[in-house]
Ligand binder design. Sequence first.
Ligand SMILES: [Zn+2]
Length: 63
Amino acid sequence: MKGLRAASIRCPYCGETLRVEIDCSVAEQSYIEDCQVCCRPIEFAVNVNEQGQPRVRVSREDD
Ligand SMILES: [Zn+2]
């Protein structure tokens, strides 16, 4: 259950739904990735549970 998984998130700036790849080999991570639509920096906070399912939270960088 390790490796990259696709997830859908909603951009906190423009509201578009984006497909992102989550690296599930890391149980807990946070990083910033630019929105593919509006190019603003989205903050990702990812937790991977014991089943290898990622839980992704996104927020604005300026929150
Ligand atoms: Zn956006």
